[in-house]
Design a protein around this ligand. Structure first.
Ligand SMILES: Nc1nc(=O)c2c([nH]1)NC[C@@H]1CN(c3ccc(C(=O)N[C@@H](CCC(=O)O)C(=O)O)cc3)CN21
Ligand SMILES: CC(C)C(=O)C(=O)O
Ligand SMILES: [Mg+2]
Length: 276
């Protein structure tokens, strides 16, 4: 395709195919979780490969303790907003609790609604049971790309007994490898590995030909994901070991609000230059 003189080449749109190629070429994949057009656009411009409309929006946006109460309508609202800010990155939407676990038929209908109403590129589902694999197989057959999610699966926090590292020990590690192979066999194009020992995540990554995206899973994964608000330093009460903050936006925001308040109270804002 021709290119206007002087303009930078248009970055190629990321697809599930380019995800597979990244693993073959050993090029790390970069994903962030973002929930609206504003932060999706900034992430897209920052050059991420994928934007996840995560159900972590329950924690970050809605002030909940877990992702369990997040609804399908909420995911659709945020997914459609994030779509409007995303041009290059692959847009993935988390399916929320109980919208895909009951029957394969209900999963197909709910996932289809999310794809049609948000125009996202793919969906993410938690879990690696044989039942979940069969649901994923049906979704992929119907034309819906699926990213899996293993290790700590936050929608099961109550049965897992808290926010804890998973697959510690040889039996649990073997189980995780089996689950990952089952998801690959069912047609998942990628797998998030959350809160897993680094050596176990590396074993899983070697055992499957689809890319693994880690969060609290070490350097041996094929890519990394963080919640954008966390990496920006907006969520300063959230302090898991895996988190590295690349910004100080919580402090920056409080400071900016304080300065605005100070200037309003001092009648220093608006100045003549801000008035008509
Ligand atoms: N803002 C935000 N960021 C996230 O990464 C995130 C959410 N929300 N909500 C959904 C899930 C929940 N997540 C969590 C929540 C708590 C821990 C946590 O407390 N981790 C301990 C593990 C302790 C252990 O077992 O050793 C840690 O120190 O990392 C980790 C991930 C990740 N996801
Ligand atoms: C942390 C990522 C993987 C996620 O599932 C979310 O943001 O909801
Ligand atoms: Mg999630």
């Amino acid at each position: 395709m021709s290119q206007a003189a002087g303009s930078a080449p248009a970055p190629k749109k990321v697809t599930v195919r380019s995800f597979a190629q990244a693993k073959e070429r050993r090029e790390p994949l970069v994903m962030v979780a973002a929930y609206d057009a504003l932060f999706a656009r900034l992430s897209d411009e920052g050059g991420v490969d994928a934007i996840l409309v995560g159900d972590s929006l329950g924690n970050v946006v809605a002030g909940l303790d877990t992702t369990v109460p997040v609804t399908l309508d909420q995911m659709i609202y945020h997914g459609a907003a994030a779509r409007r800010g995303t041009t290059r990155a692959l847009l993935v939407v988390d399916m929320p609790f109980l919208t895909y676990q009951v029957t394969t038929e209900r999963a197909l209908l709910n996932c289809g609604r999310v794809m049609q109403e948000t125009r996202c590129d793919a969906l993410k589902l938690e879990g690696g049971s044989p039942e979940m694999a069969e649901t994923i197989r049906a979704l992929v057959r119907a034309g819906m790309p699926v990213m899996g999610h293993l290790g700590f699966t936050p929608q099961s926090v109550h049965t897992l007994g808290g926010f804890r590292v998973q697959a510690r020990g040889d039996d649990a590690a073997r189980q995780l490898v089996d689950d990952a192979r089952r998801l690959e066999d069912a047609g998942a194009f990628s797998i998030v590995l959350e809160l897993v020992p680094a050596d176990v995540a590396a074993r899983v990554t070697e055992a499957v030909s689809i890319p693994t995206i880690g969060i609290g899973a070490g350097l041996g994964c094929d890519g990394q994901v963080l919640v954008l608000a966390d990496l920006l330093g907006l969520t300063d009460a959230f302090t898991p070991k895996f988190l590295k903050r690349y910004g100080t936006m919580a402090a920056d925001t409080r400071d900016a609000v304080r300065r605005f308040a100070t200037e309003v109270r001092a009648r220093a804002y608006p100045g003549d230059e801000h008035a008509f």
